[in-house]
Design a protein around this ligand. Structure first.
Ligand SMILES: [Zn+2]
Length: 190
């Protein structure tokens, strides 16, 4: 870790910030290079805080208990959706309990692979979907979570790893439209 921080420290400018990389040059990058600057490197924790958390005030547990947000229940894993989204559809493949991927056994890995692939297929089959991106960030809910995100068809500027950044800025889709797609995904996963 020391080597990593030494290298990073050697790369920052006089203002303590890393120079911008190549991404601001991508045509899918949401921001213009002019006026853009990196945050100063500050966070460092060793040991890191435990990512396993208790159920108190857990949004994923709430989603699992909400019939409108729950799309499928498996043995160890389930599929839920956020209450609202700006994208055509978002589904999250999550552990039903506060269990990370580190804790799943081989049967859990098999269930995970099948459920991610089936969720991908169900979301990709929705009207108006151009592509479906899958990520694993999992920075703090206590559940293992993979995000399955639909990009609107034809809107190529949103493709790739910046999709969640665009999604954060775009307005939510109408709730009835979202609910109708949820019914189709729920049926496909049943
Ligand atoms: Zn929870």
């Amino acid at each position: 870790m020391g080597d990593f921080l030494d290298r990073a420290g050697a790369a920052v400018g006089d203002d303590g910030r890393l120079p911008l990389g190549s991404m601001p040059g991508w045509d899918v990058f949401p921001f213009e290079r002019e006026g853009l600057r990196a945050r100063a490197l500050t966070e460092y924790a060793d040991p890191e805080p435990d990512r396993r958390k208790a159920r108190d005030d857990c949004r994923t547990c709430s989603a699992l208990e909400d019939a409108a947000q729950l799309l499928h229940t498996g043995d160890r894993l389930a599929v839920v959706r956020p209450a609202a989204t700006s994208l055509p559809f978002v589904a999250n493949v999550v552990t039903r309990e506060h269990v990370l991927i580190d804790d799943l056994d081989d049967d859990g890995h098999v269930e995970l692979g099948r459920l991610v692939a089936r969720t991908y297929a169900a979301v990709q089959a929705l009207d108006g979907v151009g592509n479906v991106h899958i990520t694993k960030w999992e920075n703090g809910s206590g559940h293992f979570s993979m995000n399955v995100m639909a990009r609107p068809r034809g809107v190529l500027q949103l493709r790739g790893s910046n999709l969640p950044v665009w999604a954060d800025m775009l307005p939510d889709i109408p709730q009835d439209e979202y609910d109708e797609r949820a019914r189709a995904v729920r049926a496909a996963l049943s």
